[in-house]
Design a protein around this ligand. Structure first.
Ligand code: ADP
Length: 629
């Protein structure tokens, strides 16, 4: 019964089993042998077992091995080469057992041939793989090493040796991790750790702590000669520690350069006098520089996160929103000026550059830069004012030369004419007219003197007012009346003064203005009628008025503007109304230098009525004032 089982096992055993007698003749083979070697059973039975070996040498070394084992019944394992019927060979481990007869005599051998070629193939693949791994490890720039659970060096690559610096040449398998660190440290490899100091010791302890408690997170510190090292430690499941050391100097330098740049950018943005904000594409403030914060009176913390339009003055919101919306990748920049009145009443001019930042046509954010251009604006205005004043002066000068040459020539012509007549009379001996001629000569000389004086007066009235102050016109008029006292008294004139406004300007010039107007009102009186002069004030909208009206001879409306020109008089005959024709030109110049206007009220028919208009909020600048051109 048992024999059957053994037989079945023999037949179905998956590995070749060969039985030989003492002469090594094959007695029996199982199915696996026939399959493995490719023979039919009768091709093997009775054959010498040598037929199954790859070479004679394989068979012989099998024999030798057996004899060395003393041909005992002990099991013997060895690897030999075998040959199939088709001449292919394979390696197999032979487990051979001597079979003893009932009296202990040697009956033969049973051999189990265990094909290990697959295992060998696997080993070869493994060897190849580890060779590839070694080459790869040697080639990678990262330092790589493995320490066993006793912290002894198991594997390392060339890059690891390099980053170990002074410890590199001493590296050997089995070297304790702490020894490596200490040699490197003693060689001054770690600038952060001062050799011999307590801090140095602590530094090594910290490194060892990191080594023993790997978190998988990296640390970066300086090493070697100004370089940076990233250190990563990992624990493997089998208790080894894998360490990776990467030289990150370039990365670190780039990072530091970037940080430096960021700092420079930040310092720049904070220090330039411009107002700078960054706004997300949904319109929320993400950054505001110090100047912007001061400008809107809020802290950066308050501003960041606020919708930008909430900060913009209500009146400007719609416009700013549409400006931002209008920006496209083709026209990402909009520049515009803004005039803003600050809470303290002062005003400021800003030049806004609103820019949309696009990345590949995609809106990323907005940047707004506001530059205070108040100074430039004021300068521009000053220059514009100066050039228009220059123009006016030029025009006046041209008019001057024309009129002056004409009017000054008249008395000169008289003088020449009378001198000729005196000369003729002296030659003819008729001297009775001479005193009369001499009187004419004197009068002409005097007239010329007056003309020159008044011209000088006119030219000395500056256009620019140096001394701006609030001036009550009632004071100015009172002074003028005092100065005109003898004229008023001689004419028996009645002067009525109403409530007068206070204007900004130069008191002395305004007095000259009042004096000219009131003087004319008294001077150009109607014969036989008591002169009545009314001086009235008025305040309307943004303008203060001074009206001077009289009941005198009046002025033909056709000459309403001509009378303001230099030397323009409607009465040539000086015996009736004396004057040089400069008074109203002077008045006009004074009024214009106060940014005001003077005109003859042609609707007034009882006499003459002059109206002077002064803009309220008048100042040195032209803002809020209209020009008198
Ligand atoms: P002047 O009085 O020295 O002649 P003005 O320049 O003051 O010079 O005046 C110019 C001219 O305007 C005068 O010659 C006069 O004809 C006319 N005029 C000025 N004021 C009056 C006035 N209140 N009534 C009538 N005519 C006037």
């Amino acid at each position: 019964m048992q024999d059957h089982f053994v037989r079945a096992l023999y037949e179905t055993f998956p590995e070749p089993v060969v039985m030989v007698d003492t002469a090594k003749t094959i007695l029996s083979v199982n199915q696996a042998t026939l399959q493995q070697f490719g023979y039919a059973e009768d091709e093997l039975l009775g054959q010498h077992v040598r037929i199954l070996y790859a070479t004679e040498q394989d068979y012989n070394s099998c024999l030798n091995k057996r004899s060395m084992d003393g041909n005992t019944g002990a099991v013997s394992d060895s690897v030999y080469g075998y040959r199939r019927k088709d001449d292919t060979v394979f390696s197999a481990q032979l487990r051979s057992t001597m079979v003893s007869g009932p009296d202990g005599e040697n009956c033969g051998f049973v051999g189990v041939i265990h094909d290990i070629s697959n295992i060998l193939k696997l080993d070869k693949a493994r060897q190849d793989a580890s060779k590839i791994l070694d080459t790869a490890l040697a080639a990678i720039p990262e330092g790589f090493a493995i320490f066993d659970h006793e912290e002894r060096l198991l594997v390392y690559n060339e890059a690891y040796r390099r980053v170990c610096g002074p410890a590199g040449p001493f590296l050997r398998l089995g070297m304790p991790a702490e020894e490596i660190i200490q040699i490197a440290f003693a060689g001054g490899h770690y600038p952060e750790a001062k050799i011999g100091s307590a801090a140095g010791r602590e530094w090594i302890d910290n490194r060892m702590f990191d080594f023993r408690n790997p978190t998988g997170r990296s640390k970066v510190f300086p090493y070697g000669d100004g370089r940076w090292l990233r250190v990563e430690n990992f624990k493997t499941n089998d208790g080894n520690t894998v360490v990776i050391r990467i030289d990150v100097t370039e990365l670190k330098e780039t990072e530091m350069a970037l940080r430096r740049q960021q700092l420079e950018y930040y310092t720049l943005v904070q220090n330039i006098p411009d107002l700078i904000t960054r706004i997300s594409k949904d319109g929320v403030v993400t950054f505001a520089n110090d100047h912007y914060c001061r400008f809107v009176g809020k802290t950066a913390e308050e501003l960041v996160g606020t919708p930008f339009l909430d900060i913009v003055p209500v009146a400007d919101r719609a416009r700013v929103a549409s400006v931002l919306e209008s920006l496209t990748p083709d026209t990402p920049l909009a520049v515009g000026e803004q005039h803003r009145i600050l809470p303290d009443g002062s005003d400021i001019w800003l030049l806004w550059s609103n820019m949309a930042v696009f990345d590949n046509e995609m809106l990323m954010e907005y940047v707004t830069v506001g530059r205070d251009i108040t100074m430039q604006k004021r300068q521009q205005e000053r220059i514009a004012r100066q050039s228009s004043e220059l123009q006016r002066k030029n025009d006046a000068l041209n008019q001057f030369t024309g009129t002056v040459s004409h009017d000054l020539k008249a008395p000169l012509r008289h003088i020449a004419m009378f001198s000729d007549m005196i000369n003729d009379d002296i030659q003819s001996g008729s001297l009775e007219e001479l005193p009369g001629y001499a009187t004419h000569l004197r009068q002409s000389a005097r007239r010329m003197d007056r003309l020159i004086e008044s011209l000088l007066d006119y030219s000395q009235i500056a256009y620019q007012i140096g001394n701006w102050s609030p001036v009550p016109l009632s004071d100015v008029v009172a002074d003028a009346i005092l100065n005109l006292d003898s004229l008023i008294r001689d004419a028996g004139a009645k002067i009525e003064v109403g409530a007068l406004p206070v204007v900004r300007g130069d008191a002395e010039l305004l007095k000259r203005l009042a004096q000219n107007l009131i003087g004319n009102a008294v001077k150009y009186r109607r014969a036989g009628v008591q002169p009545v002069v009314r001086i009235l004030g008025e305040s309307r909208d943004d303008t203060d008025y001074l009206h001077v009206e009289d009941n005198g001879i009046g002025i033909d409306p056709r000459f309403a503007s001509k009378i303001f020109d230099v030397f323009q008089r409607l009465h040539r005959d000086e015996s009736v109304y004396q004057g040089t024709g400069i008074g109203l030109a002077l008045a006009k110049r004074i009024v214009e230098s106060h940014n005001g206007r003077i005109e003859l009220d042609t609707s007034f028919t009882e006499g003459a009525r002059f109206s002077v208009a002064f803009p309220k909020n008048n100042s040195t600048g032209k803002e809020g004032a209209w020009t008198a051109d």
